[in-house]
Design a protein around this ligand. Structure first.
Ligand SMILES: Cc1cc2nc3c(=O)[nH]c(=O)nc-3n(C[C@H](O)[C@H](O)[C@H](O)COP(=O)(O)OP(=O)(O)OC[C@H]3O[C@@H](n4cnc5c(N)ncnc54)[C@H](O)[C@@H]3O)c2cc1C
Length: 400
């Protein structure tokens, strides 16, 4: 195939992480030739366009981890970016609600982590103070997180793409990569070359790594998050964001209430094993994806560790009453009839061969490539800081 274009840097994936990375590289290396390639006909088609839209603050993540550092930096950068670009932003903060005394030590731990991570304005609330902020929430104690907000990450991604000083090659799935002095990429029936390729392929990042000749230690296991929407008559039960105290053995935050930038209130997401990497609510199971998952030893170890929680999630996914029960633990006035079906997103969760769900963001370098192998929540919040972090690697690699 004839190579028509040569670039300094090519990013695979026009989600928010890939686009933020391309933006940061363009700022650091204004003379570099740059392209972003995506298999879909539009940007932000997968995780970036199917999430809760919450600008996280950094209370959940292990102090000193990349996730904690880049979340805190990225939160501030994203709030500023939305302000300057005139993109939707809804402040109002959130409350993390302990519904029983047994959860209080975990609430203490969130406050400790948040403080160490540099999150501003954290405040402990008793039941009365909780009701002043969220009159319909029920809890024995809560943590107020005033910096949490709602944004529209897909709008952010589209804005970055529109301003990107480089080529956006959409509708072009990467099919092959040949390593040489430069990397030759075959995507969507065309070929181009790059000095360095950044793999930000989200749900397919481990597959793109394999195209680059790398056998990653981790595999992507897809977890679907399903949402309901509160019907308009019930939306006033929630002012801003109401979260449960998360289960520390799971990297997901638990079913919560989110007032989105458009004013609607979403309930969710849960976390069920998806029958395919792009198996959205009504999608057909992808047999090839399922077969690949079943061949991975880490999958069986994951099932061994979490089958009980996994079964409960499946039950909650199938039975609306069970979903409503989780919601009612936080806001008792919510009924099953208040929950209208909503959308769904699929999380790209990296799992190790030992069956552990990777907690931190994970980057790996290989000849001609930098791979982003785990960028789960809060990677959308952190994306501008993740982009800066990767741009540092790019500058070093291109200089060496
Ligand atoms: C249900 C849910 C709720 C979430 N809630 C939040 C939240 O409230 N706050 C937050 O900060 N984060 C949240 N997240 C996480 C956040 O959405 C992701 O961390 C973030 O969007 C990851 O961005 P990405 O660019 O890495 O991936 P993606 O947006 O998935 O982008 C990857 C891109 O790569 C492309 N691609 C894949 N394979 C190829 C190939 N072979 N060739 C070319 N292109 C390819 C895809 O088409 C896709 O566009 C949530 C995620 C989910 C699923």
């Amino acid at each position: 195939m004839v190579v028509t274009d040569r670039y300094d840097v090519v990013v695979i994936g026009a989600g928010i992480v890939g686009l933020a990375t391309a933006r940061a590289v363009a700022e650091r290396l204004p003379d570099a030739d740059l392209a972003v390639i995506d298999k879909e006909p539009a940007v932000a088609t997968h995780q970036t366009g199917h999430n809760s839209g919450v600008l996280h603050t950094g209370i959940y993540y292990t102090p000193g981890s990349l996730r904690a550092k880049l979340c805190v930096q990225g939160h501030r950068a994203m709030a500023e970016f939305c302000g300057e670009a005139g993109l939707p932003f809804r402040g109002g903060g959130k409350v993390v609600v302990a519904t029983g005394e047994a959860q209080i030590p975990r609430l203490d731990e969130l406050q400790r982590r948040g403080t160490l991570n540099g999150v501003q304005g954290l405040r402990r609330l008793g039941p009365g103070e909780l009701r002043e902020l969220e009159p319909h929430a029920n809890g024995v104690a809560a943590l107020a997180v005033p910096e949490a907000a709602s944004v529209d990450f897909a709008a952010v991604a589209r804005h970055i793409a529109a301003e990107l000083p480089g080529d956006l090659r959409i509708g072009a799935p990467l099919e092959a990569a040949e390593l040489g002095e430069h990397v030759r990429l075959h995507a969507g029936g065309t070929a181009c070359e790059a000095r360095l390729v950044i793999n930000c392929a989200g749900l397919h990042c481990d597959r793109v790594a394999r195209l680059a000749g790398v056998t990653p230690d981790v595999r992507i296991i897809p977890f679907r998050g399903e949402y309901y929407r509160l019907r308009d008559e019930a939306a006033s039960l929630v002012r801003s964001l109401i979260y449960p105290v998360p289960d520390p053995t799971f990297p997901f935050l638990g079913v919560h209430f989110t007032r989105r930038v458009d004013g609607t209130v979403e309930v969710g997401p849960n976390a069920v094993l998806a029958l395919g990497r792009e198996h959205y609510r009504d999608g057909r199971p992808n047999l090839a994806d399922i077969a690949e998952m079943l061949r991975f030893g880490g999958f069986w170890r994951l099932v061994g560790r979490h089958w009980r929680a996994g079964s409960a999630e499946l039950w909650r996914s199938r039975i609306r009453r069970a979903y409503a029960r989780s919601a009612r633990a936080l806001v008792p006035e919510v009924t099953g009839a208040d929950l209208l079906p909503g959308g769904a997103g699929v999380r790209a969760q990296a799992v190790g061969a030992d069956g552990r769900l990777l907690d931190d963001f994970c980057l790996q370098e290989s000849p001609g490539f930098v791979h982003v192998l785990n960028a789960p929540s809060p990677a959308a919040t952190a994306s501008l800081a993740v982009g800066e972090h990767i741009a540092d690697l790019v500058v070093r690699r291109l200089d060496s």
